[in-house]
Design a protein around this ligand. Structure first.
Ligand SMILES: NC(=O)c1ccc[n+]([C@@H]2O[C@H](COP(=O)([O-])OP(=O)(O)OC[C@H]3O[C@@H](n4cnc5c(N)ncnc54)[C@H](OP(=O)(O)O)[C@@H]3O)[C@@H](O)[C@H]2O)c1
Length: 336
């Protein structure tokens, strides 16, 4: 293995030192259509070889499939070379359905026990509820997680898709390393309140959907529909006229990318990187060459004028459609 060091940053005031970009493994368990095991494992190896250490997963990605895949990929990697970020709490049925969340302390302990087993590790670096549980006060959930930190089973506590009030309440119980939340050129909702609150509290951001699930790249140009099991088949931004309108924005971004001789995805990642050292993009590469492409974004320097031109080409308020379907939007504390 060749080891090129990516720059590292501290994730929030209390979090670990992480590579400037991380790898999100969700798409390796079928969320965006078929995935191939050997290619997925090669992608994880490509990320580690490039010097990345942050790998994000969820126990519900492929109902355990994603964690088992990561275990196989990491079989030869020294444990301390990898930071595992794991989301839990989503309830699933054998038919693939989702049925709410459960983050009571007893459920949290139970989820963690199975994740440790599937991942084949003795601790998880950052453990986070995937969504706010409407039936459990956040103080109780964080209290349960704090016990697991004390016992050595998890190193840091993170959150996912919660709003500013929840961040404050959680941080009053235990230090929070990071908030994982969607953030991209076309999903800028966090800028008004959530990001300033995270900064005030010393909480880092791990940004997902930086490529808006492939929209801000060359992957989907010309796409018109998606297979039934693909997340995008049910996501408002990827339907009919919305998709057509959104791909027009991508065309505008592509023109700017061409002048920089970079790809659309690289420009989209570079824009997020430009928003602050406390924001770590977690990129959903599924193939080694996609990871290499993402790493290329770290070399792009954008002047204030160039950033303004990008934001003008892709105004956030011109995006057609919400980032999730209505039922999923209703589960987002970050959207209240
Ligand atoms: N906390 C949460 O609620 C939450 C929600 C969703 C995701 N996440 C995490 O965030 C990670 C990233 O999010 P994401 O997978 O939705 O989004 P993403 O990074 O915005 O999009 C990934 C898609 O972009 C395409 N793409 C085009 N160029 C690429 C490049 N250079 N590098 C990587 N991908 C490229 C890929 O399609 P092709 O493979 O077809 O090229 C891939 O399917 C997930 O894996 C997951 O770990 C968290």
């Amino acid at each position: 293995m060749t080891t090129n060091k990516l720059d590292s940053v501290r994730l929030g005031e209390s979090g670990p030192s992480v590579s400037r970009i991380g790898l999100g493994a969700m798409g390796m368990s079928g969320m965006y259509g078929e995935s191939d095991e050997a290619t997925s494992i090669a992608t994880i190896h490509a990320a580690l070889d490039s010097g990345a250490n942050l790998i994000d997963t969820g126990d519900f990605y492929g109902a355990g499939h994603n964690e088992l895949l990561i275990r196989r990929a990491l079989a030869q990697a020294p444990r301390e070379d990898v930071l595992l970020s794991v989301k839990y709490g989503a309830l699933r049925g054998p038919d693939g359905s989702f049925g709410g969340v459960d983050t009571r302390p007893a459920a949290t302990r139970n989820f963690l026990t199975y994740s440790l087993q599937r991942l084949g590790v003795e601790y998880i670096d950052i453990y986070r509820p995937a969504r706010l549980d409407p039936n459990v006060p956040i103080e109780e959930t964080i209290g349960g997680l704090a016990e697991l930190v004390k016992a050595g089973y998890i190193r840091h506590i993170g959150l996912s898709e919660v709003g500013a009030d929840t961040l404050r309440r959680a941080a009053a119980v235990h230090p929070i390393a990071d908030l994982q939340i969607e953030y991209s050129l076309i999903s800028r909702g966090i800028e008004a309140e959530i990001l300033p609150t995270a900064r005030e509290l010393g909480i880092g951001i791990t940004a997902y959907g930086v490529l808006s699930r492939g929209l801000l790249s060359d992957s989907l140009r010309g796409a018109t529909q998606f297979a039934a099991g693909d997340f995008r088949a049910h996501s408002p931004r990827f339907q009919g006229e919305n998709l057509t309108a959104n791909l027009r924005l991508v065309d505008a971004l592509a023109q700017i990318a061409a002048t920089h001789e970079v790809s659309v995805a690289q420009l989209a990642i570079a824009w997020v990187l430009s928003r602050g050292q406390d924001i770590v993009p977690v990129i959903g590469a599924r193939r080694p060459e996609r990871w290499t492409e993402a790493v290329g974004a770290l070399s792009i320097q954008l002047s204030p004028q160039e950033l303004a031109a990008i934001e003008e080409a892709v105004p956030a308020d011109r995006i057609a459609g919400e980032r999730y379907a209505a039922a999923q939007m209703a589960m987002l504390d970050s959207e209240r």
